[in-house]
Design a protein around this ligand. Structure first.
Ligand code: DQA
Length: 149
């Protein structure tokens, strides 16, 4: 199984960015934890971060051909990007939306996600654990759909 992990705008700043909200772990450290869980679950992990919407869309479209699903922390694009939603639907791979913070408990503008309705599942608010819980959920989803086909 292969899973791609998408990190949106400003997530390269983790570790120094609003540590009271996002914690002190860097993106590299979080990716290391995702890869360690991937190894345990026998899942190959590919990660990508960009601050640019179009670059993320291009990477998702290209990468979808070689992966079974996506973990997506789209950062602020979650709340703004119909293009990202269309891309994720368009590539036809299951995905889990994750957030470090509990966006539902923050400012009103973070309450709406363009991705949640089309996601296989969502995990908000567990810090870096959100990615790990999301990966376990996605692996179960992919396993179920493989069993059906
Ligand atoms: C975030 C939540 C978003 O609202 C915010 O714009 C981020 C980080 C999170 O992981 O908690 O950049 O996606």
């Amino acid at each position: 199984m292969r899973v791609a992990v998408v990190h949106g705008p400003n997530l390269q700043l983790l570790g120094q960015r609003e540590p009271d909200v996002y914690g002190r772990e860097t993106l590299d450290e979080i990716v290391g934890r995702i890869e360690a869980l991937g190894a345990e679950l026998n899942v190959e992990i590919e990660s990508f971060q960009s601050n640019t919407e179009g670059t993320l869309l291009d990477w998702i479209a290209k990468t979808a051909k070689s992966v079974d699903g996506f973990i997506v922390n789209a950062g602020a694009l979650t709340h703004t990007s119909i293009a990202l939603r269309d891309c994720l639907v368009g590539v036809g791979r299951p995905f889990v939306e994750v957030h470090l913070s509990n966006t539902a408990a923050r400012e009103d503008f973070r309450h709406h996600s363009y991705l949640a309705e089309v996601a296989g599942g969502v995990v908000y608010g567990f810090g870096p654990e959100s990615y790990l819980l999301g990966l376990r959920g996605l692996v179960a989803l992919i396993g179920k759909s493989k069993a059906k086909s």
